[in-house]
Design a protein around this ligand. Sequence first.
Ligand code: FES
Ligand SMILES: [Fe+2]
Length: 360
Amino acid sequence: MFPKDAWYVCAMSHEIAAGQVMSRTICNFPMAIYRAADGTASALLDRCPHRLYPLSAGTVEGDRLRCSYHGLSFAANGKCQEIPSQTEISATACVRSFPVREAHGLIWVWPGDVTRAEGTVLPGFETGEGYLSGLDFSCLDPSDRWGVAGPHVIHLNANYMLAVDNLLDLTHTAFVHATTFDNAGVLDSERTVKAVGDYQLIDFFAFKNTMSRPLRDGYILDEDVKLFDNFLETYWQAPSVMILVHGAVPEGGNREDDACATVLNTNILTPATDTTSHYFWAQSVYRNRGDGKVRDMWDMMTRAAFGEDEDVLERQQANLGRFGSTSLEDDVSVVLKADKGIVLARRIVSSMVKREGGNA
Ligand code: FES
Ligand SMILES: [Fe+2]
């Protein structure tokens, strides 16, 4: 199940240079994603309407994509502009095109109803006042404010909502990441999960702890401080866009103080097929703490941790297949208090799918 009327990241900007084309499947649509000579990114269905050859095997010429079989050339709107073997171009000589936007190093595509993309904005979060005010993916632009590692992509052999579940229940970190983060404090944490408007949730953990060795090293915390306020705050926008704000401040301290470490972990899941997804992720370190050292440490630690998550999610997807479960929700028999965010998120995503006339 995935809503199609939504913006999904299909690629990172650096993956496609001007004049290049790549193939990627988004929401079960194989797409040819290309960048024109002027830098504009576009996405067409990866199937030439002539003999169904993959357009991603073609060549970019100016702002057009030419099929490399018999040479039909298509504009970004999908209309055929040239047929080398004849002068007439029929109205059926067109290929589906998808709305595309690009910002902050990410290329977003809208796989659904084109008319419903108009007037929409790319995901961003309601954070209220303070240092996170206006939180969006501008945190992926390296600046005085943010030290950035990534974005990266993992091509995951698991449904995208399994990864959303994973990120909306960070109690798994005590087990899956027992050595990478060693952060069992999350199990006894105060937890706030609530909806923000119709399409967003927050899922916040707050707890005091002495901070494990990996976390002390990762955040570069003052060794003389014994107790810290630890925070893990996920902002989620339906269906699968998240920023996890995490860090630690000496007990009772202020997040704007130099003693506080704050890291933003971007997590964006894009459905590829029903059982595979593209997982885009990055780290943004507030004020580039440690002159890049915190950024590099968290890039390395998160890479290791996401390898652990990847293993879990792929085993979980394989087990769904082994038991013939098409929908996890039909077959689960235990729902925990910790699942509140997951339940709310899945309810919102299901309602989006149903509104589009699909089966949630
Ligand atoms: S298949 Fe593309 S031009 Fe013939
Ligand atoms: Fe994890």
